[in-house]
Write a protein that binds this ligand. Sequence first.
Ligand code: NAP
Length: 517
Amino acid sequence: MLTLTSYTCGAFQAGKGDLVPLLNPATEEVVAQASCGGVDLAATLRFAREQGGPALRALTFAQRGELLGKLAAVIADQRDALIETSVANGGTTRGGGKFDIDGAAGTLQAYAELGKKLGDARELADGETVMIGRGAKLAGRHLWSAREGVAVFINAFNFPAWGFAEKAATALLAGMPVINKPATATAWTAAKLCELLVAANVLPAGAFQQLLGGVTPLLEALGPQDVVAFTGSSGTGTTVRSLPALLKHGVRVNVEADSLNAAVVGGGVEPGSSAWQTLLRDVVREMTEKSGQKCTATRRVIVPEALVAPLLEELSDRLGAVRVGNPANREVEVGPLATRQQRDDVHAGCARMRKHAEVAFGVERPEKLIDVPAGKGFFCGPMVFVARGETAVAEAHRDEIFGPVTTVVPYSGAAADAIALVRRGGGMLVTTVFSDEREWGAQVAKGIAPWVGRVCLVDSKSEGITLPAGMVLPDLIHGGPGRAGGGEELGGIRGVQHYLARTAFEGPRALVERLLG
Ligand code: NAP
């Protein structure tokens, strides 16, 4: 049996005590086991703070960027090996695995380029020097400098590579050492990635460590200069951000959680138009890629009543052709959900929806599953619900169903009604506005902005230009208010600032300029 190891204090360590089995979710075979029982968490923290931090802070942004570029190259070079574990342990298709691995390499590379642009500095100015008061002598200036603690990452099961890389790229560029804790169920890819990065010997000692298994005692030992970046369900996010030790020491916590993302259609979009085709492409892709287990997947399609019938007809045609089964078979387009618990949660969500909403397409366990042993595997087929009437609409907004499931929500077509429905999501990572009328599109996009981290704009002239909403981009922020956790990652320099401390300096202008440059 393969026992996955944590990497701490410069060595790989197998956990002791109860080892957690990791499964192939298509066959339910055990593929590995992991635990971080027995790992010295206090020594892990010390190693990061005392060795990794000072070594990184001694480097300039350009030098840290160079390190990120080398990490990106390692991942790109070992892409196939990483995709293999993603298929075997994550239940992803090769396409789903690539999305994670390429996303990781691309994000690290984007921040490598940002580091190069920031150049030889170790701190960043925030705005210009400002004059204070009436006289011309007292001045103030803001400066970002590296925090002196450690950045702890807690990641969700669905992006073992990219989820780590988006956090590591920004923290390492800021000059903070990182400790990564991947979700245990899909930790094989994260463990392989860790082995590859360590073998490449790119980072200074203590800059990167990884723990497999529970990390609550580590969180309880964090202090004022540390940062926690969490991605996962809002329930766990609430537990983490409420830990007394984190509250007591004012530890900075960023939470990326659930999201009822939407595609909102109106403003004269006609069936058959280019915007309509993009809508179909995006909804099907976001439902099927990684079996809908993407934080950015489209959970609601808000569409004028008159367009519901043609939409359902075309969606059913496309989803009916999708092959579900064991992703080890390259013909398969939708694999299983990642864990038994995931499958049970998604099926329970569908059962709740069935009570109040119409099933327009799909079943929880498709009869035909390609290359799956009888009765095995944590599957859910692509499903589309239609929510008409307040009870059904309320149910559609209760919980995120984290699988290949979406709900069509019919409405009047009026911009104000579209905005009101989008807002019922309670805070989203992403929403796409499909409109062929400029005013309608502008009104809806601006009306939903305070509720959404990223708004994608599509019209019939944007063919060949737009990306599906699930594509998270290093230059744009990823995160969202409310239910989505209230956090923010990436967004170019904005993501780096999360790991920097901002200080205001005030004094005679000449002194401020002499000391701060
Ligand atoms: P989860 O069950 O909340 O677990 C997330 C992480 O938290 C895992 O590493 C888990 O470790 C850890 N964890 C569990 N209990 C903990 C505790 N008491 N203290 C500290 N850490 C703890 O979420 P998941 O099932 O992996 O991921 C699915 C969810 O993530 C979905 O709701 C999805 O929307 C969300 N997600 C959001 C984003 C985003 O960017 N907003 C991205 C991806 C996913 P173990 O695995 O060892 O239990």
